[in-house]
Unconditional design. Structure first.
Length: 647
């Protein structure tokens, strides 16, 4: 029997039944992934288990002295003090006493002969002994060691990832039998997520966690529990097996309801015959029909599916970004050091690196918002950018949803069609009532969906997404992936979601440290296969080699990059198409009939297009020659290095 039993629990919020008579048990040692749509009741269930809220009906039975602790989704603002103090505050009974003791030990270390300080320290030690708090102090030290934290660091200056690690240590201090984690990977970089996975795999107690990170789910979960339309469904399996089993159940449910609806329709036809039905006096059949009507009224259909659609602008030029040995630094800290890349129309480029390494800064440089301090950056023609900001700064929290997306208008233009704003927002799973609510009332996942709705209403051919996956449920993530794959424009994507990167990007730019950036073909898993082994890259000679490689001028590269090779192969076709268009346009301009109508706008447009073609051809021929010469030079250099001899 489980050590926690949820028995026939129901809870309502704002007229909506979040949990409707649910029952299930939690076994010791399980790692349960809790899934469900945004707003389905996942956080509410976690709070029920943590004892922070109570059910309307039903009960939660705990066998023995079961302790629970929760890692919240959002870290409270305004917390100050050392890391030790924040972790110790997880046990409120002794927190102030231990904070004072820790402060005094630090002060005494620098003033060992201060009698007043020594006296205060002795007094606090006696208080700790009298209250039995030494045991708790050891638990704080143990939690700090397990989470690899510096107990004397100031909490307020830590990165978002380290703050979440501090709160994990804070939750561990109570030595909980059930540890509850609400979106633990949000705002963490990939290295920290992998550290957290390794830590939780070694954790010997019971876990329940809510996450949108599918790779995290697959690696950790031993059971999946899904909240769907107020009910709980349990799948004792990993995440991928759950997906297969869930689809089988949904298909069976759809067939069952189709049969039910057919039978109900048949009975409705029978009852509408009126007199003949009453004459038969088949009261049992009438009662059965009434029961079927009630069942149909109680039925909650499968949750609606978001219908995402990206509005595309006219195509940009073939070259979107061309960066050559660009460098940038904040004060004395190198962000980018001698990086070169060419981004071609249609590329989908992922950007990976630790929190604070400069991913957002790199985006701003590549978009021309920041000027590189060294090197050359060229932007292509006809670029129209839509930008997803991870801080959601484009959303005005005081305004309503419709005001944010349509500036208060009733309609928006999508392609050649006009759409009512309410219908458009319903595609993103917002009810008509929600469209009039302020953004401040939305959850994190809902805010991200709203920002996507705002973003996708803007015609674009370059889509820039800075951590778009935070708080989105798995179904919406998969729909977003599909849209990005179908998008014909260019995508620049910063994300810590490994599965998302694997499914979307064609190449990755990775921050390797000290301003060094490397580009790899494919997504996250491809990078793992191509990168140097961590042990190798940590050796001193390898570090020296990397630095020397970074300082080499671009003409000393060993071979053309993947993108340069692809660009070189494609240039003849591009030039051929431009030459054909130029020939047709010249024939038109040389024809007397073209000028017969005196359509000056048409004549001007044709001449302007001719100028664009001629400029483009000059650039294309120059680039072709540049790449051919570079390829020949690198080929000759490789042959020389190989020590070959002509025979």
């Amino acid at each position: 029997m489980g050590f926690i039993w949820i028995n026939d629990v129901s809870i309502n919020f704002g007229g909506l039944s979040l949990l409707n008579g649910v029952s299930f048990q939690i076994e010791p040692g399980e790692r349960i992934g809790l899934l469900g749509r945004n707003g389905s009741g996942k956080s509410t269930l976690m709070k029920l288990l943590a004892g922070q809220t109570f059910p309307d009906t039903g009960k939660i039975v705990r066998h023995g002295d079961v302790r629970t602790a929760i890692l919240p989704q959002d870290i409270p603002q305004g917390l100050t003090g050392r890391v030790y103090d924040v972790v110790a505050s997880g046990g409120l009974e002794h927190a102030e006493l231990l904070r004072e003791y820790h402060e005094l030990t630090l002060r005494v270390a620098g003033r060992a002969h201060d009698a007043d300080l020594l006296g205060k320290l002795e007094r606090v030690q006696h208080q700790i002994e009298a209250s039995g708090a030494w045991h708790y102090h050891q638990r704080v030290k143990k939690a700090l060691a397990r989470t690899e934290l510096d107990e004397n660091a100031e909490f307020e200056v830590l990165s978002a990832g380290l703050k979440r690690r501090v709160f994990l240590a804070r939750a561990l201090v109570s030595e909980p039998d059930l540890l509850l984690l609400d979106e633990p990977t949000n705002h963490l970089d990939i290295n920290t997520i992998i550290w957290l996975e390794d830590f939780l795999l070694r954790y010997e107690k019971t876990l329940m966690f809510v996450t949108h990170d599918r790779a995290f789910l697959q690696r950790l979960a031993t059971r999946i529990v899904e909240i769907d339309r107020g009910r709980l469904a349990s799948f004792p399996s990993d995440y991928r097996t759950y997906l297969d089993r869930r689809q089988v159940l949904l298909d069976a449910e759809e067939r069952r309801w189709n049969e039910f609806d057919k039978k109900l329709d048949k009975e409705e036809i029978w009852i509408r015959k009126g007199i003949r039905a009453r004459r038969t006096r088949n009261e049992g059949r009438v009662r059965a029909l009434l029961k079927m009507r009630e069942e149909r009224a109680r039925r909650r259909e499968q949750a609606g599916v978001a219908r995402l659609a990206i509005q595309e602008a006219e195509r940009s030029g073939r070259m979107v970004v061309d960066a050559e040995t660009i460098s940038f630094a904040w004060d004395d800290r190198r962000i980018v050091d001698g990086f070169s890349t060419t981004i071609i129309r249609g590329d989908k480029v992922g950007i990976m690196g630790r929190n604070g390494c400069g991913k957002t800064t790199l985006l701003k440089i590549l978009l021309g918002d920041l000027k590189p301090q060294q090197g050359r950056l060229r932007l292509g023609t006809g670029i129209k950018i839509a930008y997803f900001d991870q801080l959601r700064a484009q959303l005005d929290e005081r305004k309503t949803l419709r005001e944010n997306v349509a500036d208060g208008n009733d309609t928006i233009i999508m392609g050649n069609a006009t759409r009512h704003i309410v219908g458009y927002l319903q595609d993103f799973l917002f009810s008509p009532e929600q469209t009039m609510a302020p953004v401040s009332s939305l959850s994190g996942g809902e805010r991200n969906r709203l920002l996507l709705a705002k973003l996708f209403a803007i015609p674009s051919n370059v889509l820039v997404l800075d951590e778009p996956t935070n708080d989105l449920d798995a179904e919406t993530l998969e729909l977003l992936e599909e849209q990005l794959l179908e998008y014909s424009g260019t995508v620049l994507l910063v994300s810590h979601d490994r599965e998302f990167l694997n499914n979307v990007v064609t190449s990755t730019i990775v921050f390797e440290g000290e301003g060094l950036l490397e580009e790899y073909i494919g997504g996250y898993d491809d990078w793992l296969r191509q990168r140097k082994a961590p042990a190798e890259s940590s050796k001193s000679p390898a570090s020296v080699e990397k630095k020397e490689k970074r300082k080499k001028p671009p003409n000393e590269k060993r071979k053309l990059t993947f993108k340069e090779t692809r660009e070189l192969e494609g240039l003849p076709q591009v030039i051929g198409a431009m030459e054909d268009e130029k020939a047709c346009l010249m024939a038109t301009l040389n024809s007397p009939e073209f000028y017969a109508g005196h359509d000056m706008a048409k004549i001007t447009a044709a001449n302007e297009r001719l100028k664009v073609l001629e400029t483009g051809l000059d650039e294309a021929y120059n680039r072709w020659e540049e790449l051919e010469n570079l390829a020949a030079k690198l080929s000759a250099g490789s042959a020389k290095d190989a020590g070959g001899t002509d025979l």
